[in-house]
Design a protein around this ligand. Structure first.
Ligand SMILES: *[C@@H]1O[C@H](CO)[C@@H](O)[C@H](O)[C@H]1NC(C)=O
Ligand SMILES: *[C@@H]1O[C@H](CO)[C@@H](O)[C@H](O)[C@H]1NC(C)=O
Ligand SMILES: [Zn+2]
Length: 307
């Protein structure tokens, strides 16, 4: 069952009213800016990011722990103690790493500048997902500053390699003694960024299927003329057409769903096309990679059979 909850607090609405200049000098925004300026491109040394979080934890007098199950891949755990540590905790997870970004890729401002212009911050990781980490921190810091003690322990966890598949971070962490000790009852994680003055909160995720289809056909000189049914590209064209027809059907469902409801449709994107050896050679094989996110009511066996 898909059930989005929209939180619209007065605090969020107030964001619309502050001027860009006031926003750019907000301490929370400056904190995000400082964090985005740390180049945490996957596989970079994360020591500066860990130091950033240690400084923030120390400022609040919070227990700070680094779990390093694989060398060079630190997992940061910051504890905000509740009043009863014997009941299950709340885990607020985010990842420190970001996907690569180069100025040449068309950035208006350097990707690790976190430059703010007209109330917009430019920087790799601003949305995915350093802003979320700062939101967690700010929410907890403000509760504490207002003398609020929560019933449950809350842990902020910050992962090192989410963008690489989490093999050195979250996956082994979930099997570790350190994780078991947190006694987690519920976890919040990343979602999608929206250009709207509210924060939709989802409690369902979509299954990711990334499938590669390799088409084989006759390999021949580019001057010969085999039929489409015999070539790798002809066969792949057939596969592409079928997938895109399905994509159109799902796209129609997507346009009917609300912005906060990603459950009713299966998204399909053809993200890679590989093949070919030379301009004058008909290739023996061509491969296609589709990135598919299953709708939440899709039966996986049925979908596999359809594929
Ligand atoms: C950020 O780190 C990546 C990976 O090490 C590197 O290729 C890139 O040049 C760095 N960017 C800047 C602005 O230092
Ligand atoms: C803490 O929670 C446990 C489990 O619900 C309960 O048995 C215990 O009485 C609680 N302790 C306090 C101090 O409220
Ligand atoms: Zn992310």
């Amino acid at each position: 069952m898909w059930f989005p909850v929209i939180i619209v607090s007065t605090c969020i609405l107030a964001l619309q009213e502050v001027t860009a200049a006031a926003l750019a000098s907000d301490p929370a925004v400056l904190l995000l800016q400082e964090y985005v300026q740390i180049n945490t491109t996957s596989n970079n040394n994360l020591t500066p990011a860990v130091a950033f979080w240690k400084k923030l934890a120390d400022a609040e007098g919070l227990p700070f722990n680094v779990v390093e199950l694989n060398q060079g891949y630190p997992i940061v755990v910051i504890k905000w103690a509740g009043s009863n540590s014997s009941i299950s905790s709340i885990m607020l997870n985010s990842h420190m790493d970001v996907v690569p970004a180069k100025q040449e890729d068309g950035w208006k401002f350097p990707p690790f500048s976190a430059h703010i212009e007209n109330g917009v911050m430019y920087g790799r990781g601003t949305q995915d997902m350093k802003s979320v980490s700062i939101q967690y921190y700010e929410a907890l810091r403000r509760l504490k500053a207002n003398g609020v003690t929560l019933l449950r322990d809350v842990y902020m966890t910050l992962m090192p390699d989410e963008e690489l598949g989490a093999e050195k971070g979250m996956i082994p962490f979930l099997q570790s003694e350190e994780f078991a000790k947190l006694n987690v009852g519920v976890e919040l994680d990343e979602g999608t960024s929206y250009d709207i003055p509210s924060i939709p909160l989802f409690y369902q995720d979509k299954v990711v299927w990334q499938i590669e289809v390799t088409c084989h056909g006759v390999a021949a000189h580019g001057s010969t003329f085999p039929p489409n049914s015999a070539t790798a590209t002809g066969k792949c064209a057939n596969v592409i057409n079928r997938f895109l027809k399905f994509r159109d059907e799902e796209y129609a469902k997507y346009t009917k769903a609300g912005i906060t409801d990603a459950g009713p449709y299966t998204s399909v994107n053809l993200n890679r096309i590989n093949g070919g050896v030379a301009n004058n050679v008909i290739p023996a094989s061509v491969s296609l990679t589709f990135d598919i996110r299953l709708g939440t009511s899709v039966n996986e066996e049925e979908f596999e059979a359809r594929v």
